[in-house]
Design a binder for this molecule. Structure first.
Ligand SMILES: [Zn+2]
Length: 421
């Protein structure tokens, strides 16, 4: 417990790093179509797609749009019965049973010796629709555009379709636009289970794009402890592309890569930056930046091409039945309270560092400020985001809890009345 973030990129690690030189990369200089990526974000986040919520017409329209784009890019269908779709049933907003679809494309690898092996590039395309599942109560009924979360990831996934279809690596690349992520990674888990029951392609690794449209000069990488090679791979991509990354050691597991980790497959989640618009109707397309998409595309292409061509297997280091493999409970039936604060996901010390405090929120009223590091909630120490989230899940709106935190090196205490999510 208390896994403090570790600066992976230290001297010792650097000296033992051994990323194969890849002269081809310098020659390739991939050029991505920024206009096309921005158009995809705008389209997916538009009113027409109704926030891509389960039970909406918009979600099915989004699936059709993504399949159409894959087809235009020249990517072959990878779903059921020769289609781009893999269907599953999930719970809808009013306890109804709804049919939803993963959208899957395959770019066949060009090395027959590696036939049957694949790298999965995933990005969920569903979002909160009109505020379900897990939206803040006061925004119920409004369309949650979900531009950063995760039209941004889908836009880059589609750009990879164009880029990789022209120059396939040795292993097959499977493009998975997953559904029902917001309901608890249901689409991705279904995909992994279906692959296990009927293995068509052995999964080498998963690269998951979620919320990459508003990066602030660097990307955070979650899940990098799942294989020994990840730190070296990201050092390599920084060298070859100049795109900065920071490995996060805390197990957040709040996105689809978790479904792959649960199956023992090395998986990482590329994430841009936390924003106050997270899971709110205000997560709109105008806030997604072209440079963030371009950088994400550059980074993703490098990683996927490397994984697609790497001769040796990855050195998996996922511990069986690791409690850290379970996603943090922020799902339906999860926590109901709000502190009105945004954590700093990249914080490397013990506790939870606050990066933003929403105006008039519970946290603001109690006196919390950006930079405060919370170390105890309601008398229980919290060493990391996981413990913090679990602890908050035990309370109800209106409960008053004591918070111990440090500010400018001083240990302070305050009482916070929890708000409603
Ligand atoms: Zn997401």
């Amino acid at each position: 417990m208390g896994s403090p973030l570790t600066a992976i990129l230290d001297e010792t690690v650097t000296s033992s790093a051994k990323l194969e030189p890849r002269p081809a990369l310098a020659e390739l200089k991939p050029v991505f179509n920024g206009t096309r990526m921005m158009a995809a974000v705008k389209k997916l986040a538009s009113e027409e797609f109704e926030g891509r919520g389960i039970g909406t017409e918009g979600l099915a329209k989004a699936a059709a749009y993504i399949a159409d784009e894959l087809k235009k890019a020249g990517v072959k269908p990878g779903g059921d019965n020769g289609s781009y779709f893999q269907e599953l049933r999930v719970e809808g907003p009013n306890g109804t049973s709804e049919q939803v679809k993963n959208v899957i494309g395959i770019i066949a690898g060009n090395n027959p010796k590696l036939a049957g092996q694949s790298v999965i590039l995933s990005a969920h395309y569903d979002h909160l629709g009109h505020g379900w599942p897990g939206g803040h109560g006061r925004f119920k009924g409004q369309v949650h555009a979900g531009a950063d979360d995760n039209a941004s990831g889908v836009a880059v996934l589609l750009e990879m379709a164009h880029s990789l279809a022209k120059s396939a690596p040795e292993r097959s690349i499977i493009l998975l636009a997953s559904t029902a992520e917001e309901s608890g990674l249901l689409g991705a888990r279904h995909y992994v289970k279906a692959e296990k029951d009927h293995p068509t392609e052995q999964i080498f690794a998963n690269v998951n794009l979620d919320t990459i449209g508003r990066a602030d000069d660097k990307f955070l990488i979650f899940g990098s402890s799942s294989a020994r090679e990840w730190p070296f791979i990201f050092m390599g991509t920084t060298m070859t592309t100049g795109v900065k990354t920071q490995l996060v050691q805390q197990a957040i597991n709040a996105s689809d890569h978790t479904a792959f980790l649960e199956a023992g497959i090395p998986a990482i989640h590329i994430f841009g930056a936390a924003s106050a618009d997270y899971h709110r109707p205000s997560d709109t397309a105008d806030k997604v930046s072209l440079s963030s998409l371009m950088q994400a595309a550059t980074l993703t292409k490098e990683i996927v091409a490397y994984l697609g061509n790497r001769p040796e297997p990855m050195t998996v280091q996922i511990k069986a039945a690791d409690p850290a493999a379970a996603p943090v409970a922020t799902r339906p039936g999860g926590r109901t309270v709000s502190t009105g604060t945004m954590p700093d996901f990249a914080f490397s010390g013990v506790g939870v560092k606050i990066s933003q405090v929403s105006a008039n929120s519970a946290g603001a009223k109690a006196g919390l400020k950006p930079g405060d590091i919370i170390t105890s909630l309601g008398g229980t120490p919290v060493a990391n985001l996981r413990e913090y989230s679990t602890e908050l899940g035990k309370y109800s709106p209106g409960d008053k809890i004591d918070i111990i935190f440090t500010r400018d090196g001083h240990i302070l205490t305050l009482e916070l009345e929890l708000g409603k999510r």
